[in-house]
Design a protein around this ligand. Structure first.
Ligand code: TRP
Ligand code: MN
Length: 451
Protein backbone atom coordinates (compact mmCIF):
# COMPACT_ATOMS: atom_id res chain seq x y z
CA UNK A 1 0.00 0.00 0.00
CA UNK A 2 1.39 3.33 -1.03
CA UNK A 3 1.25 6.24 1.33
CA UNK A 4 -0.79 9.30 0.87
CA UNK A 5 2.21 11.47 0.07
CA UNK A 6 3.20 9.50 -3.02
CA UNK A 7 -0.45 9.54 -4.01
CA UNK A 8 -0.35 13.34 -3.94
CA UNK A 9 2.99 13.37 -5.72
CA UNK A 10 1.60 11.41 -8.65
CA UNK A 11 -0.93 14.14 -9.14
CA UNK A 12 1.14 17.17 -8.24
CA UNK A 13 4.89 16.53 -8.69
CA UNK A 14 4.79 18.08 -12.18
CA UNK A 15 3.86 21.44 -10.67
CA UNK A 16 7.47 22.18 -9.73
CA UNK A 17 8.65 21.72 -13.33
CA UNK A 18 8.30 24.08 -16.30
CA UNK A 19 5.06 23.18 -18.10
CA UNK A 20 5.17 24.07 -21.79
CA UNK A 21 2.07 24.92 -23.84
CA UNK A 22 -0.29 25.62 -20.93
CA UNK A 23 -3.00 28.27 -21.42
CA UNK A 24 -2.70 31.61 -19.72
CA UNK A 25 -5.84 31.15 -17.61
CA UNK A 26 -7.05 34.63 -16.65
CA UNK A 27 -8.99 33.37 -13.63
CA UNK A 28 -7.14 30.86 -11.45
CA UNK A 29 -9.87 30.68 -8.85
CA UNK A 30 -12.26 29.46 -11.49
CA UNK A 31 -9.69 26.96 -12.72
CA UNK A 32 -9.38 25.59 -9.17
CA UNK A 33 -13.16 25.26 -8.89
CA UNK A 34 -13.37 23.32 -12.13
CA UNK A 35 -10.45 21.09 -11.08
CA UNK A 36 -12.19 20.42 -7.74
CA UNK A 37 -15.31 19.39 -9.63
CA UNK A 38 -13.34 17.05 -11.92
CA UNK A 39 -11.57 15.49 -8.93
CA UNK A 40 -14.93 14.07 -7.85
CA UNK A 41 -16.16 13.13 -11.30
CA UNK A 42 -16.43 9.46 -12.37
CA UNK A 43 -13.47 8.15 -14.35
CA UNK A 44 -13.86 7.76 -18.13
CA UNK A 45 -11.79 4.57 -18.15
CA UNK A 46 -10.77 1.88 -15.66
CA UNK A 47 -7.25 0.83 -14.78
CA UNK A 48 -7.86 -2.76 -15.90
CA UNK A 49 -8.77 -1.55 -19.39
CA UNK A 50 -5.56 0.49 -19.54
CA UNK A 51 -3.58 -2.57 -18.46
CA UNK A 52 -5.19 -4.64 -21.19
CA UNK A 53 -4.29 -2.08 -23.83
CA UNK A 54 -0.73 -1.99 -22.45
CA UNK A 55 -0.48 -5.77 -22.85
CA UNK A 56 -1.84 -5.57 -26.40
CA UNK A 57 0.76 -2.92 -27.17
CA UNK A 58 3.32 -5.36 -25.76
CA UNK A 59 2.20 -7.75 -28.50
CA UNK A 60 2.68 -4.93 -31.02
CA UNK A 61 6.22 -4.42 -29.72
CA UNK A 62 6.98 -8.13 -30.24
CA UNK A 63 5.67 -8.04 -33.80
CA UNK A 64 2.54 -10.04 -32.97
CA UNK A 65 0.01 -7.28 -33.60
CA UNK A 66 -0.43 -3.97 -35.46
CA UNK A 67 -1.68 -0.68 -33.99
CA UNK A 68 -4.20 1.50 -35.81
CA UNK A 69 -4.62 4.86 -34.09
CA UNK A 70 -6.66 7.61 -35.71
CA UNK A 71 -9.14 10.42 -35.52
CA UNK A 72 -9.37 14.20 -35.81
CA UNK A 73 -6.39 16.46 -35.32
CA UNK A 74 -8.63 18.40 -32.95
CA UNK A 75 -12.08 17.33 -31.81
CA UNK A 76 -14.58 20.14 -31.39
CA UNK A 77 -17.66 20.42 -29.17
CA UNK A 78 -19.81 21.23 -32.20
CA UNK A 79 -18.38 18.24 -34.06
CA UNK A 80 -19.33 15.84 -31.27
CA UNK A 81 -22.45 14.52 -33.02
CA UNK A 82 -23.57 10.94 -33.56
CA UNK A 83 -23.12 11.02 -37.36
CA UNK A 84 -19.60 12.49 -37.10
CA UNK A 85 -18.43 10.07 -34.39
CA UNK A 86 -20.04 7.06 -36.10
CA UNK A 87 -18.39 8.05 -39.38
CA UNK A 88 -14.98 8.08 -37.69
CA UNK A 89 -15.66 4.74 -36.01
CA UNK A 90 -16.78 3.11 -39.27
CA UNK A 91 -13.71 4.45 -41.03
CA UNK A 92 -11.40 3.07 -38.35
CA UNK A 93 -13.20 -0.30 -38.33
CA UNK A 94 -13.12 -0.58 -42.10
CA UNK A 95 -9.40 0.21 -42.07
CA UNK A 96 -8.93 -2.36 -39.30
CA UNK A 97 -10.77 -5.02 -41.32
CA UNK A 98 -8.61 -4.32 -44.37
CA UNK A 99 -5.42 -4.41 -42.28
CA UNK A 100 -6.40 -7.56 -40.36
CA UNK A 101 -7.41 -9.31 -43.55
CA UNK A 102 -4.30 -8.27 -45.44
CA UNK A 103 -1.73 -8.93 -42.74
CA UNK A 104 -3.30 -11.80 -40.76
CA UNK A 105 -2.25 -9.89 -37.65
CA UNK A 106 -4.59 -8.75 -34.86
CA UNK A 107 -5.13 -4.99 -35.13
CA UNK A 108 -5.23 -2.98 -31.90
CA UNK A 109 -7.74 -0.19 -32.46
CA UNK A 110 -7.22 3.14 -30.71
CA UNK A 111 -9.30 6.21 -31.50
CA UNK A 112 -7.80 9.66 -31.38
CA UNK A 113 -11.03 10.77 -29.72
CA UNK A 114 -13.04 11.30 -26.53
CA UNK A 115 -10.53 13.85 -25.21
CA UNK A 116 -8.55 15.22 -28.17
CA UNK A 117 -9.57 18.82 -27.45
CA UNK A 118 -6.31 20.62 -26.64
CA UNK A 119 -3.68 21.80 -29.13
CA UNK A 120 -0.08 23.01 -28.71
CA UNK A 121 0.65 26.12 -30.76
CA UNK A 122 3.84 27.54 -32.26
CA UNK A 123 2.94 31.00 -30.98
CA UNK A 124 0.90 32.09 -27.96
CA UNK A 125 -0.70 34.91 -29.90
CA UNK A 126 -2.16 35.30 -33.34
CA UNK A 127 -2.08 38.62 -35.16
CA UNK A 128 -4.64 39.55 -37.79
CA UNK A 129 -4.79 42.98 -39.39
CA UNK A 130 -2.79 44.50 -36.57
CA UNK A 131 -4.88 42.92 -33.79
CA UNK A 132 -3.21 40.41 -31.45
CA UNK A 133 -5.28 37.80 -29.58
CA UNK A 134 -4.42 34.54 -27.78
CA UNK A 135 -4.00 31.65 -30.24
CA UNK A 136 -6.74 29.04 -30.47
CA UNK A 137 -5.59 26.16 -28.24
CA UNK A 138 -8.45 23.78 -28.90
CA UNK A 139 -12.05 23.74 -27.66
CA UNK A 140 -10.76 22.65 -24.25
CA UNK A 141 -9.30 26.13 -23.79
CA UNK A 142 -10.92 28.80 -25.99
CA UNK A 143 -13.04 29.44 -29.06
CA UNK A 144 -11.92 29.41 -32.68
CA UNK A 145 -13.46 32.73 -33.74
CA UNK A 146 -11.01 35.62 -33.83
CA UNK A 147 -12.72 37.76 -31.18
CA UNK A 148 -11.57 38.76 -27.74
CA UNK A 149 -14.48 36.95 -26.08
CA UNK A 150 -13.90 33.68 -27.93
CA UNK A 151 -10.14 33.61 -27.53
CA UNK A 152 -10.16 34.21 -23.77
CA UNK A 153 -9.14 30.93 -22.08
CA UNK A 154 -12.18 29.71 -20.12
CA UNK A 155 -11.71 27.01 -17.45
CA UNK A 156 -15.39 26.00 -17.75
CA UNK A 157 -14.37 24.52 -21.10
CA UNK A 158 -12.47 21.79 -19.22
CA UNK A 159 -15.77 20.68 -17.77
CA UNK A 160 -17.37 20.70 -21.20
CA UNK A 161 -14.42 18.68 -22.50
CA UNK A 162 -14.96 16.09 -19.80
CA UNK A 163 -18.68 15.90 -20.54
CA UNK A 164 -18.19 15.76 -24.31
CA UNK A 165 -15.59 13.02 -23.86
CA UNK A 166 -17.97 10.92 -21.77
CA UNK A 167 -20.70 11.14 -24.42
CA UNK A 168 -18.25 10.23 -27.18
CA UNK A 169 -16.82 7.31 -25.24
CA UNK A 170 -20.31 6.08 -24.37
CA UNK A 171 -21.12 6.03 -28.07
CA UNK A 172 -17.85 4.23 -28.85
CA UNK A 173 -18.55 1.54 -26.27
CA UNK A 174 -22.14 1.03 -27.44
CA UNK A 175 -21.09 0.95 -31.08
CA UNK A 176 -18.30 -1.58 -30.53
CA UNK A 177 -20.30 -4.09 -28.51
CA UNK A 178 -23.86 -3.32 -29.58
CA UNK A 179 -23.63 -4.59 -33.15
CA UNK A 180 -21.89 -1.70 -34.92
CA UNK A 181 -18.64 -3.68 -35.23
CA UNK A 182 -20.17 -7.08 -36.04
CA UNK A 183 -18.01 -8.62 -38.76
CA UNK A 184 -20.91 -10.63 -40.15
CA UNK A 185 -22.53 -7.30 -41.05
CA UNK A 186 -19.43 -5.91 -42.65
CA UNK A 187 -21.21 -5.45 -45.99
CA UNK A 188 -23.81 -3.27 -44.32
CA UNK A 189 -21.20 -0.83 -43.02
CA UNK A 190 -21.21 0.41 -46.59
CA UNK A 191 -24.75 1.48 -47.04
CA UNK A 192 -24.86 5.05 -48.26
CA UNK A 193 -21.30 5.42 -47.16
CA UNK A 194 -18.84 4.20 -49.71
CA UNK A 195 -21.00 4.29 -52.81
CA UNK A 196 -19.18 5.49 -55.86
CA UNK A 197 -15.80 5.87 -54.15
CA UNK A 198 -12.74 4.33 -55.78
CA UNK A 199 -12.10 1.97 -52.86
CA UNK A 200 -15.57 0.42 -52.94
CA UNK A 201 -14.75 -2.47 -55.28
CA UNK A 202 -11.73 -3.61 -53.29
CA UNK A 203 -13.58 -3.26 -50.01
CA UNK A 204 -16.56 -5.25 -51.32
CA UNK A 205 -14.21 -8.04 -52.38
CA UNK A 206 -12.74 -8.30 -48.88
CA UNK A 207 -16.20 -8.19 -47.32
CA UNK A 208 -17.20 -11.08 -49.60
CA UNK A 209 -14.16 -13.11 -48.54
CA UNK A 210 -14.95 -12.49 -44.87
CA UNK A 211 -18.55 -13.61 -45.41
CA UNK A 212 -17.33 -16.83 -46.99
CA UNK A 213 -14.87 -17.51 -44.17
CA UNK A 214 -17.62 -16.94 -41.60
CA UNK A 215 -20.00 -19.25 -43.44
CA UNK A 216 -17.26 -21.89 -43.53
CA UNK A 217 -16.70 -21.61 -39.77
CA UNK A 218 -20.42 -21.81 -39.07
CA UNK A 219 -20.70 -24.89 -41.31
CA UNK A 220 -17.87 -26.45 -39.31
CA UNK A 221 -19.74 -25.87 -36.08
CA UNK A 222 -17.46 -23.09 -34.81
CA UNK A 223 -19.28 -20.20 -33.19
CA UNK A 224 -17.15 -17.20 -34.03
CA UNK A 225 -18.25 -15.20 -30.97
CA UNK A 226 -15.19 -12.95 -31.12
CA UNK A 227 -16.35 -11.68 -34.49
CA UNK A 228 -19.49 -9.95 -33.24
CA UNK A 229 -17.77 -7.23 -31.28
CA UNK A 230 -14.43 -5.54 -30.85
CA UNK A 231 -12.62 -3.12 -28.58
CA UNK A 232 -11.73 0.42 -29.39
CA UNK A 233 -9.64 2.36 -26.93
CA UNK A 234 -9.61 6.13 -26.45
CA UNK A 235 -6.47 8.26 -26.69
CA UNK A 236 -5.52 11.93 -26.76
CA UNK A 237 -2.53 14.19 -26.27
CA UNK A 238 -2.18 14.69 -22.51
CA UNK A 239 -1.42 18.36 -22.91
CA UNK A 240 -3.40 20.20 -20.24
CA UNK A 241 -1.87 19.02 -17.00
CA UNK A 242 -4.47 20.65 -14.74
CA UNK A 243 -7.13 18.57 -16.49
CA UNK A 244 -5.11 15.33 -16.49
CA UNK A 245 -4.13 15.75 -12.83
CA UNK A 246 -7.74 16.37 -11.79
CA UNK A 247 -8.78 13.11 -13.47
CA UNK A 248 -5.91 11.06 -12.05
CA UNK A 249 -7.07 8.29 -9.72
CA UNK A 250 -5.08 5.97 -7.46
CA UNK A 251 -6.00 2.28 -7.44
CA UNK A 252 -6.58 1.31 -3.81
CA UNK A 253 -5.23 -2.26 -4.18
CA UNK A 254 -1.99 -1.39 -5.92
CA UNK A 255 -1.43 2.27 -5.06
CA UNK A 256 -0.79 2.92 -8.74
CA UNK A 257 -2.00 6.17 -10.30
CA UNK A 258 -3.84 6.23 -13.64
CA UNK A 259 -4.94 9.03 -15.90
CA UNK A 260 -8.64 8.22 -16.22
CA UNK A 261 -9.27 10.75 -19.02
CA UNK A 262 -8.52 8.06 -21.63
CA UNK A 263 -6.80 4.71 -22.02
CA UNK A 264 -3.66 5.98 -23.71
CA UNK A 265 -2.23 9.49 -23.50
CA UNK A 266 0.70 10.82 -25.46
CA UNK A 267 3.30 13.55 -25.10
CA UNK A 268 3.65 15.80 -28.13
CA UNK A 269 6.83 16.72 -29.95
CA UNK A 270 6.75 20.18 -28.33
CA UNK A 271 6.31 19.01 -24.75
CA UNK A 272 8.70 16.05 -24.48
CA UNK A 273 11.42 18.00 -22.61
CA UNK A 274 13.09 15.51 -20.25
CA UNK A 275 13.01 17.95 -17.33
CA UNK A 276 9.60 19.36 -18.14
CA UNK A 277 6.29 18.92 -16.40
CA UNK A 278 4.78 16.57 -18.99
CA UNK A 279 7.48 13.91 -18.74
CA UNK A 280 7.30 14.22 -14.95
CA UNK A 281 3.51 13.70 -14.85
CA UNK A 282 3.60 10.86 -17.37
CA UNK A 283 6.34 9.13 -15.38
CA UNK A 284 3.90 8.90 -12.43
CA UNK A 285 0.94 7.31 -14.18
CA UNK A 286 0.59 3.65 -15.11
CA UNK A 287 -1.36 3.99 -18.36
CA UNK A 288 0.23 3.00 -21.62
CA UNK A 289 1.83 6.22 -22.90
CA UNK A 290 3.32 7.36 -26.18
CA UNK A 291 5.81 10.05 -27.18
CA UNK A 292 5.92 11.79 -30.53
CA UNK A 293 9.38 11.97 -32.09
CA UNK A 294 10.18 14.52 -34.80
CA UNK A 295 13.35 15.15 -36.81
CA UNK A 296 15.22 16.73 -33.88
CA UNK A 297 14.95 13.62 -31.68
CA UNK A 298 18.37 12.05 -31.06
CA UNK A 299 19.02 8.45 -29.99
CA UNK A 300 20.22 9.77 -26.60
CA UNK A 301 16.95 11.61 -26.06
CA UNK A 302 14.96 8.54 -27.02
CA UNK A 303 16.91 6.33 -24.62
CA UNK A 304 16.58 8.92 -21.85
CA UNK A 305 12.80 9.12 -22.44
CA UNK A 306 12.63 5.35 -22.16
CA UNK A 307 14.58 5.43 -18.89
CA UNK A 308 12.31 8.16 -17.46
CA UNK A 309 8.98 6.77 -18.66
CA UNK A 310 9.58 3.04 -18.63
CA UNK A 311 12.46 2.28 -16.25
CA UNK A 312 11.16 -1.25 -15.59
CA UNK A 313 10.90 -1.93 -19.34
CA UNK A 314 7.31 -3.13 -19.15
CA UNK A 315 6.33 -4.21 -22.69
CA UNK A 316 3.71 -1.89 -24.17
CA UNK A 317 4.02 0.77 -21.47
CA UNK A 318 5.86 3.16 -23.82
CA UNK A 319 5.23 3.60 -27.56
CA UNK A 320 7.26 5.79 -29.90
CA UNK A 321 5.31 7.61 -32.61
CA UNK A 322 7.66 8.94 -35.28
CA UNK A 323 6.76 11.89 -37.52
CA UNK A 324 9.85 12.67 -39.55
CA UNK A 325 8.36 13.66 -42.91
CA UNK A 326 8.61 11.66 -46.14
CA UNK A 327 11.91 13.32 -47.07
CA UNK A 328 13.69 12.52 -43.82
CA UNK A 329 12.33 9.26 -42.49
CA UNK A 330 14.80 7.04 -44.36
CA UNK A 331 17.75 9.11 -43.08
CA UNK A 332 16.72 9.73 -39.49
CA UNK A 333 14.79 6.68 -38.36
CA UNK A 334 17.47 3.94 -38.67
CA UNK A 335 19.66 5.49 -35.96
CA UNK A 336 16.77 5.74 -33.49
CA UNK A 337 15.40 2.25 -34.08
CA UNK A 338 18.89 0.76 -34.25
CA UNK A 339 20.11 2.27 -30.96
CA UNK A 340 16.91 1.38 -29.12
CA UNK A 341 17.15 -2.22 -30.35
CA UNK A 342 20.86 -2.33 -29.42
CA UNK A 343 19.88 -1.49 -25.82
CA UNK A 344 17.60 -4.51 -25.85
CA UNK A 345 14.47 -2.37 -25.59
CA UNK A 346 11.38 -3.83 -27.26
CA UNK A 347 8.93 -1.01 -28.06
CA UNK A 348 6.10 -0.42 -30.50
CA UNK A 349 7.32 1.85 -33.31
CA UNK A 350 4.39 3.70 -34.83
CA UNK A 351 4.41 5.86 -37.97
CA UNK A 352 2.62 9.22 -37.94
CA UNK A 353 2.87 10.12 -41.65
CA UNK A 354 0.80 13.29 -41.20
CA UNK A 355 2.68 15.87 -39.15
CA UNK A 356 5.98 15.88 -41.04
CA UNK A 357 4.25 16.48 -44.36
CA UNK A 358 2.21 19.64 -43.85
CA UNK A 359 2.52 22.59 -46.23
CA UNK A 360 0.49 25.58 -47.38
CA UNK A 361 -1.24 25.17 -50.75
CA UNK A 362 -1.43 27.93 -53.36
CA UNK A 363 -4.96 28.62 -52.08
CA UNK A 364 -3.61 29.37 -48.58
CA UNK A 365 -4.99 26.16 -47.03
CA UNK A 366 -2.80 24.12 -44.72
CA UNK A 367 -2.69 20.72 -46.45
CA UNK A 368 -0.88 17.41 -46.97
CA UNK A 369 -0.46 15.32 -50.08
CA UNK A 370 -1.64 11.72 -50.04
CA UNK A 371 1.53 10.67 -51.92
CA UNK A 372 3.79 12.17 -49.22
CA UNK A 373 1.77 10.43 -46.51
CA UNK A 374 2.16 7.12 -48.28
CA UNK A 375 5.82 7.74 -49.08
CA UNK A 376 6.58 8.28 -45.39
CA UNK A 377 4.82 5.02 -44.49
CA UNK A 378 6.79 3.23 -47.23
CA UNK A 379 10.05 4.67 -45.83
CA UNK A 380 9.06 3.59 -42.33
CA UNK A 381 8.52 0.03 -43.58
CA UNK A 382 11.82 0.04 -45.52
CA UNK A 383 13.77 1.07 -42.42
CA UNK A 384 12.20 -1.67 -40.32
CA UNK A 385 12.76 -4.20 -43.08
CA UNK A 386 16.47 -3.42 -43.26
CA UNK A 387 16.87 -3.55 -39.45
CA UNK A 388 14.76 -6.65 -38.98
CA UNK A 389 12.37 -4.79 -36.63
CA UNK A 390 8.57 -4.60 -36.65
CA UNK A 391 6.73 -1.66 -38.24
CA UNK A 392 4.23 -1.60 -35.39
CA UNK A 393 1.48 0.73 -36.44
CA UNK A 394 -0.06 3.81 -37.95
CA UNK A 395 -1.14 7.08 -36.32
CA UNK A 396 -3.48 8.97 -38.66
CA UNK A 397 -5.46 12.20 -38.72
CA UNK A 398 -8.70 11.25 -40.44
CA UNK A 399 -12.44 11.68 -40.49
CA UNK A 400 -15.37 9.68 -41.82
CA UNK A 401 -16.68 12.73 -43.67
CA UNK A 402 -16.02 13.52 -47.32
CA UNK A 403 -13.94 16.60 -46.54
CA UNK A 404 -11.41 18.09 -48.94
CA UNK A 405 -8.43 18.88 -46.72
CA UNK A 406 -5.63 16.67 -48.10
CA UNK A 407 -4.54 16.51 -51.75
CA UNK A 408 -4.41 13.40 -53.96
CA UNK A 409 -5.82 9.97 -53.19
CA UNK A 410 -8.25 7.94 -55.28
CA UNK A 411 -10.21 11.03 -56.34
CA UNK A 412 -6.96 12.92 -56.91
CA UNK A 413 -8.07 16.09 -55.09
CA UNK A 414 -6.31 19.23 -56.33
CA UNK A 415 -5.56 22.57 -54.72
CA UNK A 416 -8.65 24.13 -56.27
CA UNK A 417 -10.81 21.49 -54.56
CA UNK A 418 -9.60 22.34 -51.05
CA UNK A 419 -12.14 25.12 -50.59
CA UNK A 420 -15.09 22.75 -51.26
CA UNK A 421 -15.22 21.18 -47.80
CA UNK A 422 -12.35 22.36 -45.66
CA UNK A 423 -13.68 21.95 -42.11
CA UNK A 424 -10.85 21.02 -39.77
CA UNK A 425 -10.32 23.03 -36.59
CA UNK A 426 -6.59 22.45 -36.89
CA UNK A 427 -4.58 20.15 -39.22
CA UNK A 428 -5.90 18.68 -42.50
CA UNK A 429 -7.36 15.16 -42.22
CA UNK A 430 -7.64 12.35 -44.72
CA UNK A 431 -11.27 11.89 -45.75
CA UNK A 432 -13.05 8.55 -45.65
CA UNK A 433 -11.99 7.42 -49.10
CA UNK A 434 -8.36 8.53 -48.67
CA UNK A 435 -8.21 6.70 -45.32
CA UNK A 436 -9.39 3.44 -46.88
CA UNK A 437 -6.88 3.91 -49.70
CA UNK A 438 -4.12 4.13 -47.07
CA UNK A 439 -5.39 0.98 -45.37
CA UNK A 440 -5.30 -1.04 -48.61
CA UNK A 441 -1.79 0.10 -49.47
CA UNK A 442 -0.46 -0.44 -45.94
CA UNK A 443 -2.10 -3.88 -45.76
CA UNK A 444 -0.08 -4.77 -48.84
CA UNK A 445 3.13 -3.42 -47.28
CA UNK A 446 2.48 -5.44 -44.12
CA UNK A 447 1.84 -8.60 -46.09
CA UNK A 448 5.07 -8.16 -48.04
CA UNK A 449 7.00 -7.31 -44.90
CA UNK A 450 5.96 -10.55 -43.26
CA UNK A 451 6.78 -12.76 -46.23
N1 TRP B 1 -12.83 -9.24 -32.34
C1 TRP B 1 -11.98 -9.32 -33.49
C2 TRP B 1 -11.01 -8.12 -33.53
O1 TRP B 1 -11.23 -7.18 -32.83
C3 TRP B 1 -12.74 -9.39 -34.81
C4 TRP B 1 -13.58 -8.20 -35.15
C5 TRP B 1 -14.88 -7.97 -34.84
C6 TRP B 1 -13.14 -7.06 -35.94
N2 TRP B 1 -15.32 -6.81 -35.38
C7 TRP B 1 -14.27 -6.23 -36.04
C8 TRP B 1 -11.94 -6.69 -36.53
C9 TRP B 1 -14.19 -5.00 -36.75
C10 TRP B 1 -11.87 -5.48 -37.22
C11 TRP B 1 -12.99 -4.66 -37.31
O2 TRP B 1 -10.06 -8.12 -34.26
MN1 MN C 1 -2.39 17.55 -35.91
Amino acid sequence: MITNSSHTSAIDSWRSRPAAQQPDWPDHEELDQVAAHLKNAPPLVYAAECDRLRDQLGAVARGEAFLLQGGDCAETFAGNTAPAVEGKLRTLLQMAVVLTHGSSLPVVKVGRLAGQYAKPRSSGTEVREGMALPSYRGDAVNGHAFTEADRRPDPQRLRTMYEASTTTLNLVRAFMTGGGADLSLVHRWNQGFLEGTPAVGRYERIAGEIDRALAFMRACGVDPGALHATEMYASHEGLLLDYEAALTRVEPETGLAYATSGHLVWIGERTRDLDGAHVEYFSRISNPVAVKLGPTATPDTVLALSERLNPDQIPGRLTFVVRMGAEKVRDLLPDLVGKVAAEGLVVPWVCDPMHGNTFTASTGHKTRHFDDVLNEVAGFFEVHRSLGTHPGGLHMELTGDDVTECLGGGYNLEADDLCLRYETACDPRLNHSQSLDVAFLVAEMLRNHRR
